[in-house]
Design a protein. Structure first.
Length: 235
């Protein structure tokens, strides 16, 4: 394996920029995580899953993982197995958003539905897990539907996060029911943010490539000009 072909200059630059954006995004709070003191959903949820679309699912997952680890070090969070497991939702959201294979991305939310329904509390509010039919159904559609792809990614993260929460933090069935409308509001906004940030990143990357005549092989960065606003301007 030639490391020079893997860690090319262009890829490293993109990795560093995205790494910095993750650290900044995690500092900008969007809404509190109900039931946990001093924890918030942040701007990071609005663009984190797009990493895999440009770097591929493997590199995208890796950069998101290390960016979250860096944030833990900076903030000084406690290194517990629960906190480590909380890194998983965004990593799997990245994989979902980047994966072009049908059906594979349906596996994780399907497993989460089963795990939720077999839990004593989850069994009482089994209908809460129906949200995760969204990423399952999304896996059946072509990836060209950007908003569906974004919804699938954010609800994959939601599925994993909810199951981790269910098994680690005591919460009554009524509290889960009260979350249903809040989840809809937050996840729709997250999906719109993911789709919007993907368009913005493609537009900026497209401009930089054209402006400075940069050659951008597909194996280094995956630019999708279909989602560049420059195409609309040209049209």
């Amino acid at each position: 394996m030639d490391l020079k072909q893997i860690f090319t200059t262009k890829r490293i630059i993109f990795l560093l920029i995205f790494f910095a954006l993750v650290l900044i995004g995690k500092k900008i709070n969007f809404s509190p995580v109900l039931g946990v003191e001093n924890q918030f959903f942040t701007l990071y949820q609005f663009f984190g899953p797009t990493a895999g679309a440009f770097l591929g699912p493997v590199f995208g997952g890796i950069i998101v993982f290390f960016a979250q680890i860096a944030d833990y070090l900076i903030v000084g969070k406690e290194w517990t197995w629960i906190n480590m497991l909380r890194l998983l939702p965004m990593i799997f959201a990245v994989i979902y958003f980047a994966n072009k294979r049908k059906y594979w991305t349906a596996i994780v939310p399907a497993i989460c539905m089963v795990l939720f329904m077999v839990h004593p509390v989850g069994r009482q509010v089994w209908f809460y897990s129906l949200y995760w039919l969204i990423p399952i159904l999304g896996s059946l559609f072509p990836k060209k539907f950007l908003l569906m792809r974004s919804l699938g990614a954010t609800f994959t993260a939601h599925a994993i996060g909810s199951v981790l929460w269910l098994y680690t933090i005591p919460m009554e069935a009524g509290a889960w029911v009260s979350l249903i409308p809040i989840v809809a509001y937050e996840r729709i906004l997250f999906a719109m943010g993911i789709a919007g940030s993907y368009v913005i990143f493609n537009t900026v990357l497209d401009y930089v490539v054209e402006r400075w005549k940069i050659k951008l092989p597909a194996q280094e960065l995956l630019l999708n000009k279909k989602y560049s606003l420059r195409n609309l301007i040209k049209a």
